[in-house]
Design a protein around this ligand. Sequence first.
Ligand code: N01
Length: 560
Amino acid sequence: MSPRQCDVVVVGAGFGGLYALYELRALGLSVVVLEAGPDVGGTWFWNRYPGARCDVESVDYSYSFSPELEQEWRWTSRYATQPEILSYLRHVAERFDLRRNIQFDTRVTEAHFDDGTFRWTVRTDTGDTISSRFCVMATGCLSTAQVPDLPGKDSYRGNVYHTGTWPGPVGFEGQAVGVIGTGSSGIQVIPQVAAQAEHLYVFQRTPNFSTPANDQPLDPEIVREVKAGYAARRALAQDSPGALPLPRPTIAPDDVDADERYAVMERAWEVGGNSMQVTFKNLLIDQATNDVVAEFMRSKIRQKVKDPATAERLCPKDHPFGSKRVCKDTDYYETFNRPNVTLVDLRSEPIVALHQSGIATTKADYQLNSLVFATGFDAMTGTLLKIDILGRDGTRLVDEWDGGPQTYLGLMVAGFPNLFLVTGPGSPSVLTNMVAAIEQHIRWIARCIDDVDTRGYATIEARREAQVNWVTEANKVAEQTLYTKANSWYIGANVVGKPKVFMPYVGGFDRYRRICEEVTASGYRGFIRSPADADASALAHAAPGGRLPAGDDHGQRPNR
Ligand code: N01
């Protein structure tokens, strides 16, 4: 049977895939979206553990592409819960009639480029084969759950969960529960489990910094103000390093006296959320500045946690503030004041093994009915490398990235024509408001594909030299910061054997966005478009394998 044909295959139907479909379809392209899950949502579909909530304010963690959507959707709280974000994405799918081009329950297993036809052949675990001119990997940065290979892992007979692949509603009443991991997911799930379980054991390897989310219902008056000024709010975010409408810090700790220094941090603590990250300038560059904030954060932990020994074990001391994702919590530290919660410090009593009924450490044996892995993800590269991606001359992406991911702008990889990454390694992605980063990438990709077509090219790909320069530049910027002082997932440190490369671009969303715009304006500097003699006036239809005719169901099952 000959494969289905389309212009673009998009992999994933989360924030990235849905918006890619919307933009690309608007260009008259036939698009097929392949999604492993049974519904839209991507990361926000699977991370449905109790307490899952966004750590970017809901009014900002939302699409900006449709002013009508902005005005009609009503967020109910400062930080949206996972169910609310999923409802939003379902609404987007309905409102823009996106579902007709999405095939659910379909995991992409292979994507192979053919040098002769300039087409990608995409295969799935459902036996589908699709042939497309372009392939957009909207596979998410945090979509492959990471379970550590602990001794005896398979002998444990209790219930096992991972926060990133949560099965649906789960009850812990009357149970002894263990949670391994105290990152953003652990810090959110732990208070929820503690409220249900008979006893909760928190297995902590590294304490993290967490600021209060100070979540609250959104005041309708504030919502009205935000909606009236959305355009300006989005514009401010576009010109900020984190793609967020936050003020830029202007002072260093030494610019003010001790009282004012403390007051700056106290005000930020009261506001909560991301405020602590914009207290002082150069917070992630200057160690002395960072020490001031880190010590303030530790003092707050000591105030909140009644038992001094437990408080001390919860104080992060091995990495700068913000060099790992700063968590936002609701009652996390207070949870350790509950009589039914025990903090197990894996630095002083490492895990020896899991056994049939629990976990043995070097000091004790913990009997557990359920075990929750809040142990994170094979971030940024894991999901892409699980797909067998073959580029020009049969080059495998997994081999190209053997020493760590190499991209040009986090958008394309040399040797892989017409393959686009959405918020790939080498772009600001996870260091920013992801929705804004996704929108910026999708717009860039859509424009690029349109340019390729209208100018009569068949392919575009990154020049290897441009890629090498970009990777060098991204590494140089990272090395000037304190980010590289932490064993974080940003650097692949959480996955045994993963190359230690700082993956996101740390130079700021505003700067990065301008670089991307300059590249487009320069006629795609650093990219090769072929055939070299394509005429600027050539029609898209004249290109090899040119656009399929648009039709009502053209994205679903195109007829050629
Ligand atoms: O994962 P993590 P996450 N033995 O990698 C521990 C986003 N997110 O799912 O630090 C014992 O941060 C590990 O310990 P250590 C957000 O971007 C956002 O929590 O490696 N422990 C760590 O404590 C975030 O950064 C939201 O020593 C082990 C934990 O597991 C990203 O997702 C909510 C271990 C993993 O922390 C990932 O967060 C949730 C082992 N063998 C997630 N292996 C919001 O928007 C790992 N750990 C709020």
